[in-house]
Design a protein around this ligand. Structure first.
Ligand code: THG
Length: 370
């Protein structure tokens, strides 16, 4: 992972936790939704081992919220998601594609329903607000759409439940995966969900405004001293093992949810009100000619995919691309995600890829590495 310095300006936003993140020894940032997102503290490998064993506090403020509020809010949300909006209750989060009329992936957010007429769309890295606002304008819907000053703070790792029990009290133990609740910190209500961009179990606290950011951060570190709590961030190795998709890396506007393997989250019949319904209900869209798969690469070097790694079959025919890859210390090989041609998958062909001029065997896995 080559790194250079980033110039900070008003255009590249800091977060309410950036000072704490710097004090905690962050070594690298990336840019996500025009905002700083830490990527390395000790090293990607060290951070990985720690995440899988202990508990980390992540500044994921860059998972910006698009708030949709008003009498037509529900109608607008159903326009842009292919999942059934009736699945969205006030006590649950919903992971869903946002799609355009061609069935293309605009984003893959987590949605929270705050009230019958008020939603937070917790977006991945694309300017979804502009597009949502355009839809609302075009359809003359009675809604306001804006980015509230809300900063998700993720608590991830096997000891996350114990840490939050100490800070929020025993009620947190009742929260199940993808449930949302309100928990109190210094008498202030905080919307908290059992969710996050890792498979190590964890929570996300939606922190409003700047006022309690420092205090909450410090309380978590104070309470978690003996749990070996550290500042962390979404980890490339862990999320690639887990098969968690990264918008812009693994997929973009040119892909449909079916190509991304997200068909499993969609209903047999996409709701008619979704603007992508016609395209997404087509048999050809539902059986795509390429799909994202977990891959094993017989490579034992610390490589990261920051360019184009083509996949080839045994006849040297192009069979797709690797989209994310990292050497996994636990699996002792490079684990990856890649877009693989359905023909190749059907034939069960041997694949190879070329990394820095060298050829490596690739195996397609049936499921993520867990
Ligand atoms: N949390 C919140 N907002 C986010 C992310 C997050 N916005 C940006 C980005 N991450 C969106 N992408 C994802 C991708 C996967 C998941 C969540 C957000 C995820 N998927 C689980 C899975 O695929 O196994 C669970 C899905 C389910 O069972 O419904 O958690 O991390 N707030």
């Amino acid at each position: 992972m080559s790194s250079h310095l980033l110039s900070i300006s008003r255009r590249l936003r800091k977060t309410h936790f950036t000072n704490k993140v710097i004090q905690s020894g962050v070594k690298a940032f990336t840019v996500y939704n025009h905002m700083l997102l830490p990527t390395i503290f000790e090293s990607v490998e060290e951070d990985y081992h720690h995440l899988k064993k202990e508990v980390q506090v992540w500044d994921v403020s860059c998972e910006r919220q698009v708030e949709i509020k008003g009498p037509d809010a529900k109608q607008l949300v159903q326009k842009i998601i292919p999942r059934d909006i009736s699945l969205l209750t006030q006590s649950k989060c919903l992971y869903t594609p946002l799609v355009n009329s061609k069935g293309g992936m605009i984003n893959d957010p987590v949605i929270i329903k705050l009230a019958e007429d008020r939603y937070w769309i917790s977006i991945a890295d694309s300017d979804a607000l502009l597009w949502i606002d355009g839809i609302a304008t075009g359809l003359k819907l009675n809604v306001t759409i804006f980015e509230p000053d809300v900063s998700p703070l993720a608590i991830q790792g096997p000891k996350s439940k114990e840490l939050l029990r100490r800070v929020f009290g025993a009620d947190i133990e009742k929260l199940k995966f993808f449930e949302v609740g309100i928990f109190y910190f210094n008498g202030l209500p905080l919307i908290t969900a059992r969710s996050g961009f890792s498979k190590q179990s964890g929570y996300e606290i939606y922190v409003s405004g700047p006022d309690i950011a420092d205090k909450l951060w410090d309380s978590l570190f104070e309470a978690g001293k003996d749990l070996n709590v550290r500042a962390g961030c979404p980890n490339l190795i862990e999320r690639t093992e887990a098969g968690l998709l990264s918008y812009g890396n693994d997929m973009d506007l040119s892909n449909t949810p079916f190509e991304c393997g997200l068909g499993k989250f969609l209903p047999k019949l996409i709701p008619n009100n979704c603007i992508g319904a016609q395209k997404l209900n087509c048999e050809t869209t539902r059986s795509p000619n390429k799909t994202i798969k977990s891959l094993s690469i017989d490579c034992y070097e610390k490589v990261y995919c920051d360019g184009i790694w083509e996949l080839f079959d045994s006849t040297n025919k192009n069979s797709g691309q690797v989209t994310s890859a990292a050497y996994s210390p636990d699996f002792q090989k490079v684990v990856a995600l890649g877009m693989v041609s359905s023909n190749t998958l059907k034939l069960g062909q041997n694949l190879y890829t070329v990394i820095h001029g060298k050829r490596y065997q690739v195996q397609v896995e049936d499921q993520p590495f867990i």
